[in-house]
Design a protein around this ligand. Structure first.
Ligand code: ZN
Length: 467
């Protein structure tokens, strides 16, 4: 009899937990869990090379134990035997943590220092773990077209290493998708919050500490929101629905959290934490934060020497997975973090101590200052005008089509280093991820007739794939 009643009690408890928690269905995904692992492993290797990883037995051990506890508390239906979880501390001040497909997770020292207790750190980690379990990274890629694994790993590494939005890598193949991949939709955010709350409860933490950590992160923002919030947007009523979910969950026995305080005092023995901004700045100096960026040659021929007319022959080139464009076959490609240029011989190089492009086109992605195309365009143009002496808007902006979508054409004029007036046409259109795609074409007035034919053809050939 005694055994029986005990069984009945156990049964009731289990039934309550299962029925009460919100059911979450992982989004559509055309990748296999093995592919998640491969992509995450490659991106993690890149991160380990570029980030100041903390090597300290005590801190590493603490994070690992905390992570393992969360993994054991993860819902069985989402667990994948293939996944390779790891929890790596990073000596960065920024309040951030991120997880890559298949399991690797990185937690900044700044995140642990901003938390008021272990429960808050566990909250952010549980949320990140939920993204891994629900396979949101590759689900994002599933929404994009024609993706290749190598490109995806590179894009994820680029997004992570490159830091904030607008830092997009090209590396020849994955142009523009980095930030898009690492930015979760509001729907995915809510899923990660709910599954994260469920994991926390089972691991012995009050899920409301997750909500509290979000508030802490928000407050730390100051002028600009912390990076974590730009890739994990608030779906709205975050605190409210987490609190509601918490009320329905059974919280397991509270674990020993003395490691939290020990870890925090241990930080004092490390080198001072750096910031993402330091990291990016140094990466720029050393010729490549993500390995490949900033390696564009400083010149294509010599500025001032004759520039040949555009070839009649065109070649089609890929801007990673984001766009394709046809350019005259005698133009050279120059790729950088956020843009790619195609320039004729002698049209790009140093002049008067500055980098100049006298003829050619540039296609790029930048952070849109507004969701309104007109406003975002104006902000971009203002930036051009401010950074180029003698540059000014020369005529009416026009509504045009670019790759079958609404775009704005802004005509600018400046002074060419070759003498006389130069014309710069700027095309802008918003991308699905909220970033601004731009295409600009520049040529001096004396060559404009010859070049405008080519420019029109180039603009018409642009195909953007961001959905
Ligand atoms: Zn998230």
């Amino acid at each position: 009899m005694r055994l029986h009643s005990r069984l009945a009690l156990v049964f009731t408890l289990v039934a309550t937990t299962v029925v009460a928690q919100t059911k979450v269905t992982p989004p559509k995904n055309k990748y296999t869990p093995e592919q998640d692992v491969k992509i995450g492993r490659e991106a993690a290797a890149e991160v380990r090379q570029q980030y100041p990883i903390i090597t300290d037995d005590q801190i590493e051990g603490y994070l690992e134990r905390l992570g393992d506890r969360l993994v054991s508390a993860a819902p069985a239906e989402f667990k994948r035997p293939q996944f390779e979880y790891s929890f790596t501390p990073v000596n960065l001040k920024d309040i951030n943590a991120f997880a890559l497909p298949g399991g690797p997770m990185f937690v900044n020292r700044g995140m642990i220092e901003a938390a008021t207790g272990e429960g808050e750190v566990a909250g952010v980690m549980a949320h990140e773990l939920a993204h891994v379990l629900l396979r949101h990274g590759t689900a994002n890629a599933t929404k994009a077209q024609g993706f290749q694994i190598g490109a995806l790993a590179g894009a994820i590494a680029g997004a992570v290493v490159g830091g904030g939005l607008g830092q997009v890598i090209s590396q020849g193949s994955q142009f523009g998708l980095g930030t898009w991949l690492m930015k979760y939709s509001r729907e995915y955010e809510k899923q990660a919050d709910l599954v994260g709350a469920q994991i926390m409860a089972r691991a012995g933490y009050d899920p409301r500490e997750l909500a509290r950590m979000f508030e802490t992160i928000q407050k730390q923002g100051g002028g600009s929101p912390p990076q974590w919030l730009s890739s994990h947007p608030n779906p709205g009523n975050r605190t409210q629905y987490i609190t509601q979910e918490a009320a329905q969950l059974q919280i397991g026995p509270r674990p020993d959290d003395s490691g939290f305080t020990r870890t925090r005092s241990r930080f004092a023995s490390l080198a001072p934490a750096r910031t993402m901004t330091d990291l990016e700045r140094n990466a720029g100096k050393n010729g490549g934060g993500n390995g490949e960026s900033n390696r564009a040659p400083v010149a294509v021929g010599r500025v001032g020497d004759p520039v040949p007319p555009p070839a009649r022959q065109y070649r089609t080139v890929q801007g990673g997975q984001l766009f394709q464009v046809s350019v005259p076959s005698n133009w050279t490609e120059l790729a950088s973090n956020t843009f790619v240029k195609y320039v004729p011989q002698n049209a790009y190089g140093q002049s008067g101590g500055q980098e100049v492009m006298t003829h050619g086109v540039e296609l790029g992605v930048t952070r849109a200052s507004s969701r309104d195309l007109r406003q975002a365009t104006d902000a971009l143009v203002e930036g051009f005008v401010r950074s180029n002496q003698d540059m000014r808007v020369a005529g009416e902006q026009r509504s045009v089509q670019l790759s079958g979508r609404t775009a704005i054409l802004t005509p600018l004029e400046g002074r060419s280093v070759l003498g006389g007036v130069e014309h710069v046409d700027v095309y802008t259109t918003l991308l699905a991820d909220g970033n601004l795609f731009y295409h600009l074409a520049v040529a001096p007035d004396r060559d404009i007739d010859e070049y405008s034919v080519a420019f029109n053809r180039v603009a018409r050939s642009i195909r953007i794939n961001d959905r």
